[in-house]
Design a protein around this ligand. Structure first.
Ligand SMILES: [Fe+2]
Ligand SMILES: [Fe+2]
Length: 215
């Protein structure tokens, strides 16, 4: 069931786990629980357990969860463009793929608007924060500022300064960001474009999130 804006509820009240199952199962049968229930009470042996199990837990799940967030938007309606944001992202990534872009750039195209609904006013920062540990500084900057650069292509848009990007003229990533917007963002709401399915990009997403994080 959806409301007037086409929003489906994702969790029903009877899907909340019952209290007798409140302790979450371990991700691996060989792992151990710590007994403390607040950080204040954990000591060195506890931290050794947590620090050993955490990276094994995270590995694979980061990519899975990013793709899951993208997937939540698959059946969303559009708010006016001819495609929804999911298809916009797939079209962006498909064009980059066909242009021979490197894997990092293709994944960035796929995920650049992943926070569009959950963090609309700051969705560039959202994507930059998500991908910064695994991407170059230039790409992180591009993601963070892509909203400001998009305005250049928006004619007659009330309340928006088309030349907002000029504040960044001279920055080493200015041209990169301008090119991304021109070729892979402002032009990617075409329902007739031969968009690749998300499965084409899943291995790339996993490989990116499997990189050693840049902190
Ligand atoms: Fe965006
Ligand atoms: Fe976009």
């Amino acid at each position: 069931m959806t409301d007037a804006a086409g929003i489906k509820p994702r969790v029903k009240i009877d899907e909340v786990p019952p209290l007798d199952k409140a302790r979450s199962p371990l991700g691996d049968p060989t792992w151990r629980y710590v007994s403390a229930t607040q950080l204040e009470d954990l000591r060195a042996p506890d931290w050794a357990i947590i620090d050993a199990q955490r990276p094994r837990f995270i590995k694979g799940r980061a990519a899975r969860d990013a793709l899951a967030l993208l997937e939540t938007q698959r059946d969303d309606p559009s708010f006016g463009y001819q495609t929804n944001m999911y298809r916009h992202c797939l079209e962006s990534a498909s064009r980059a793929w066909r242009d021979g872009a490197d894997e990092e750039f293709i994944v960035i195209c796929l995920l650049h608007d992943i926070g569009y609904t959950i963090a609309n006013p700051t969705h560039g920062e959202f994507a930059a924060a998500l991908l910064r540990p695994f991407t170059s500084e230039a790409h992180t900057w591009m993601l963070r500022h892509h909203q400001a650069f998009q305005a250049y292509h928006c004619h007659d848009l009330p309340g928006h300064d088309r030349m907002k990007r000029e504040a960044y003229r001279g920055h080493p990533s200015f041209e990169l960001t301008a090119r991304f917007i021109e070729r892979y963002d402002q032009n990617t709401t075409n329902p007739n474009y031969d968009t690749l399915p998300v499965q084409a990009f899943e291995p790339l997403v996993h490989r990116l999130f499997d990189r050693e994080p840049r902190l």
